[in-house]
Write a protein that binds this ligand. Structure first.
Ligand code: HEM
Length: 293
């Protein structure tokens, strides 16, 4: 679902044969992201490189089509955008930016949606409270932006999903200025890893960090304790996630729809151990039985 939505908004493709092929290539690329960099055709890394070329070739064809007739998608915007010296992006920049957006959007959003379903199934009291909030808002389809603003408890739940189940466990930064941290000297130009999981499990910020508890983010509890750097599922600082507003809206719309229209339970005999790579996800996916309300 996240692939169909993102690829439609980014490169204007619609569900169907081409999307199925694009999705397969996308899966190959994802499998190679953390593989050994052995570039032979039969290794996960080699297959990922090949799939990447196919996606780039597809984007190139889509660009040629937009030269003739622009569409309402991100690819068209990237082709039209100019900086203050009236310079546009090069074709190769447009292709790699589009690929980055596609790769950045799909699996992360799917991971957070999956963990939201899992957490709500495991915490029926929280689900009931969320459902009451939805009923009180009195939504008549179609859902509007105005409705989303009133879903404050759902927002707390989604923040707690971000904290407890961040799709990406860590990120990288280059050291631009040397510094000393707790007696360690860190030289300029080093690569540093900042830990999202470590921050979210720091009991000085979040007592009993393993507990799933949306009340942490209630206005009374979090107050002004929430800084820019203690909830960092989307990164932090100038280079945080560019898709944050899109992802949060998509997840909220999905969660609201699910809560209003379905009950679901986790099927037995599944392994819910979470695999962290390439994005956080239960080892065998998440198997649920859905019942329409
Ligand atoms: C739940 C969904 C998502 C999560 C958890 C997520 C998480 C992240 C994280 C942790 C980073 C690194 C930020 C940093 O180091 O400070 C990042 C960067 C990025 N994300 Fe997302 N992301 C999500 C959805 C999206 C979507 C929907 C898009 C595109 C439409 C997107 C595009 C990007 C891009 C392009 C970057 C690189 C930004 C830069 O380097 O300036 N992400 N994301």
């Amino acid at each position: 679902m996240t692939f169909d939505i993102s690829s439609n908004l980014l490169i204007g493709s619609s569900p169907g044969e081409i999307n199925d092929r694009l999705f397969q290539w996308f899966l190959e690329v994802s499998k190679g992201l953390f593989a050994f960099p052995l570039p032979w055709r039969w290794t996960p890394f080699g297959k990922a490189l090949e799939a990447r070329e196919k996606i780039l070739a597809y984007i190139e064809t889509a660009m040629a089509e937009r030269e003739l007739s622009p569409k309402e998608d991100v690819l068209t915007l990237l082709m039209q955008v100019k900086d203050d010296r009236a310079q546009g992006l090069t074709a190769s920049e447009i292709k790699s930016q589009t690929l980055a957006l596609l790769l950045g959007s799909i699996a992360n959003t799917a991971s957070m949606l999956t963990c939201t379903c899992m957490a709500l199934a495991q915490n029926p009291d929280i689900l009931t409270k969320a459902r009451i909030e939805q009923q009180e808002i009195g939504i008549e389809e179609p859902l509007r932006l105005e409705h989303l603003k009133h879903m404050t408890y759902l927002e707390q739940i989604l923040k707690e999903v971000e904290r407890r189940y961040p799709p990406v466990g860590a990120g990288f930064r280059r050291v631009v200025k040397p510094f000393v941290f707790q007696d360690y000297y860190v030289p300029q130009d080093w690569n540093m890893m900042y830990s999202i999981i470590g921050t979210h499990n720091d009991s000085r910020i979040y007592p009993e960090p393993k507990r799933f508890d949306p009340e942490r983010f209630s206005p009374e509890n979090i107050g002004n304790k929430l800084t820019d750097f203690n909830l960092i599922g989307f990164g932090g600082g100038n280079r945080n996630c560019i898709g944050i507003a899109f992802a949060k809206t998509l997840i909220k719309v999905f969660a609201s729809y699910l809560i209003r229209h379905y009950n679901w339970e986790l099927l037995p005999k599944q392994d819910l151990t979470l695999n962290p790579i390439p994005v956080l996800c239960p080892r065998s996916g998440l198997k649920v039985k859905l019942n329409k309300l």
